[in-house]
Design a protein around this ligand. Sequence first.
Ligand code: PRX
Length: 650
Amino acid sequence: MDANEPGLGTNRPASERLEPPDSFVAQANVADPAVYAAFEENWPGAWERAGDLLEWDRPHERVLGAEDGFRWFQGGRLNACYNCVDRHLADRKNQVALAWEGRNGESRTYTYLELYHEVNEFAAALRELGVEEGDVVTMYMPMIPELPVAMLSCARIGAVHSVVYAGFAADALATRMNAADSAYLLTCDGYYRRGDAVLLKNKADTAAVTVDGDVTSVVVDRLDGYDCSLGADEHDYDELVCAHARERVDPVRRRASDDLFIIYTSGTTGTPKKVTHTTGGYLSYVAWTARAVLDIRPEDTYWCSADVGWITGHSYIVYGPLALGTTTVMYEGAPDHPEKTRIWEIIERNAVDIFYTAPTAIRAFMKWGAEYPADYDLSSLRLLGTVGEPINPRAWEWYHEHVGRGECPVVDTWWQTETGGILVSTLPAVSDMKPGTAGPPLPGISVSVVDDRGGIEAREGGYLVVDRPWPGMPQELCEGRRWANRGDDRSPADPTAWTYPTEDGAFVDKDGYVTILGRVDDVINVSGHRFGTMEIESAIVDVEGVAEAAVVSGDHDVHGKAIYAYVSPEDGHERQDALREGIVAAVKESIGPIARPEAIVFTPEMPKTRSGKIMRRLLADIANGEDLGDLSALRNPEVVGEIESTVEER
Ligand code: PRX
């Protein structure tokens, strides 16, 4: 692979290695290096360890069935809500399950018993509204406890939730509801963002106009003093829960391979990519990785600062930690509102043991200064984690030193919406850490780095593929797959039998550690959030006066990557200010403010190859101020200088 391709070649890690401290190793959940060999010698059977973390209504017959698609824990039956709530009542009903930190110092806690009651009550309410097993309930909710409660209520009755990030626009909500054929919506009147009220119900109402079919809604009253009138088939969350007070709903026994939830992410087309996670495989996998990588124990207070609207929140705020019976912290708002001390205050007040956040947040903390964490007692911290984007060694070291006192191991966890849980990371008590490198694949996981013909390319950098199935894989990768689908008798352990292309570039060092270099497809990862360039381009070309648009990513100090939109206006639409405003508004309206381009660069023409394709790679190089090299493949090289000078002037 050419190291100049977008996303490759910039994040070479430091070669320094750090050993995990003895004090950490002595108490860790998984500290025996033999775990890797145990999985290799008995694969896929060793995955029973993950299944054994759950309580099953019926045990599986086979760890991995593979005749007609992959079936993890085939024959097994279980309920995800029972596993995250009910089964903990015997030992820790009065332990806090969910500690919510609202904006303005508000807080709320739910013990496992309280969670059990509210989940049952809302499950009864959902049933009364007509929700049946297999129905899709969409949730368009901010970071308030009713969201995890509702997710678990769905799981209890075998309904499938589809959480749509609250920052998404009405259009994005409608597209996802239609795609999932969802007739139920949970939302709320609004929420606060940096002190301002965002009226979420208004956005949901706008979406409802373009949703096919009738929608039954439940609305949580979140805003103080804001009276939101409810229409026909709209129900107040509190009233429903009160009306079903003390009711019990038996958890529905689901097949291990039944859907637990849907989540939409960005792919390379203009439409969102559907990812469906399973009940048994997914839940076992997130419980196992939360235990082995994040070292979570029931007595811990664990905080992942992600939003529940993304996969990180599903797997490592809700399902993984609750399956293990721990106390999971969830926070509303922003890290610098009302003050830049917010994160450290929450850690101190809750005596957080494990903190899991994104590199983009760490880079912002760095910019604000080490004096902020230094002012707080962070001595409760035992382990730190990062997720979502590559972490540069400097940010890794800052996190390790200023947040972890140089004593907490840091796990750099690589995974994706599609993988359900972490696939590549050090095990914090087993492996040495190398800042900037995620680590080896987890036990039982196999990845390789290939060139564009599928040949192994490990050291030089290439395309990262996962070459063995894993329990957290989504339905979309299970269906219609067979081991022996090439007419030969490959055994399931044969790594050449099947692969999942991750669309990330990576290289592997001599110790087998994987360094992730970034996306190699048309997906941009900004602050750990995924956007398809096509989604953004189609919003932009819909603006009157835009002839063509090309969206690429440029490097950004804090956010990792930034969105650059190159736009050529139609004749007669050269008024850039008006066009710029129209473009920003269109992106906000069709996707949401988070997809707003960092830069909009106007050019009379796009640089094109002789066959008429826009040369996006060249546009990315211009955004990054890189040497452009040979331009002979271009039909119109004369536009390049003009675009470069426009970018430089910014
Ligand atoms: O490019 C990789 C990057 O995030 C992408 C997946 O994004 P998403 O599906 O939104 O899931 C984010 C949360 C898991 C990957 O293709 N990515 C994720 N974790 C890392 C990472 N890049 C480098 N290092 C990581 N630890």
